[in-house]
Design a binder for this molecule. Structure first.
Ligand code: PEP
Length: 250
């Protein structure tokens, strides 16, 4: 890792508004010039309050999903304009729980990526293989397919604002972290695909985060890999002490 790392917390469907406020107040008062760029994705209902607390800090606040249309008859959905109105910095797209539980496919994720970029909300695009795909040696093929389809029509200029998160599905919330070698090889391959789709400079400058059971005791070795630029963290981002330990070790 050569860049200042991004340490991003994905809170999924955890934390009430009060819990979100308490956490962010503690987090903002504990941060003082750490190297890491800190991103937090609370639930939709807490976003406005989270941004209020984070607005005079370096903490970036974003959502875990969004619709790609600017408005319409889409019951239960949130538009990019609604997120922009409350100054959201980023949006997580294509998380494996969105792909697997809510059946989002590559074409839908591509529409969301394009829409987030058009609306100046930085996408964190998640990709990753299932255990079955890894066992059948198709990891690289799956990663290339997801990148090619999810980034379709994303221009070179727009690509400079895209963050990629490599999240092997078998490592998410399971306690099974990818070994540093497995993660590094996947990140290296992702950079090769970005070089093929764009160019070497863009590939080198793109942040590629690792996600999957990141904890205080494995963050340093993961960030020690040349192609790992940060982490997207679920479970371990929910407890302030654990999350701060990760930030301080980054
Ligand atoms: C995630 O939800 O993006 C994630 C990586 O979860 P966990 O850290 O709990 O494996």
């Amino acid at each position: 890792m050569e860049k200042n790392p991004i340490i991003a917390g994905n809170w999924k469907m955890y934390k009430t508004i009060k819990e979100t406020k308490d956490f962010l107040e503690k987090l903002s008062s504990s941060l003082n010039n750490q190297r890491a760029n800190v991103y937090i994705a609370p639930s939709f209902i807490s976003l406005f309050f989270a941004k209020e607390i984070a607005k005079d800090t370096k903490i970036k606040i974003g959502s875990q999903n969004m619709h790609y249309e600017s408005e319409g008859a889409f019951t239960g959905e949130i538009s990019p304009g609604m997120l922009k109105e409350i100054d959201m910095d980023f949006v997580i797209l294509g998380h494996s729980e969105r792909r697997n539980v809510f059946k989002e496919d590559n074409s839908l994720i591509n529409k969301k990526v394009l829409s987030s970029l058009e609306n100046n909300i930085q996408p964190i695009l998640c990709i990753g293989e299932t255990e079955k795909e890894r066992d059948s040696n198709s990891t690289n093929e799956v990663l290339e397919d997801q990148l090619t389809k999810n980034l379709l029509n994303v221009s070179k200029t727009q690509m400079k604002n895209v963050i990629i998160a490599y999240e092997p599905v078998w490592a998410i919330g399971t306690g099974k972290t990818a070994t540093p070698d497995i993660a590094e090889n996947a990140h290296l391959y992702i950079r090769k695909v970005i070089t093929k789709l764009y160019d070497k400079d863009i590939a080198n400058s793109t942040y590629i985060l690792y996600g999957g059971s990141v904890k205080p005791d494995n963050i340093e070795i993961l960030l020690g890999q040349h192609n790992i630029d940060g982490a997207l963290i679920g479970g371990a981002s929910l407890k302030i002490d654990t999350f701060l330990e990760i930030i301080n070790k980054s």
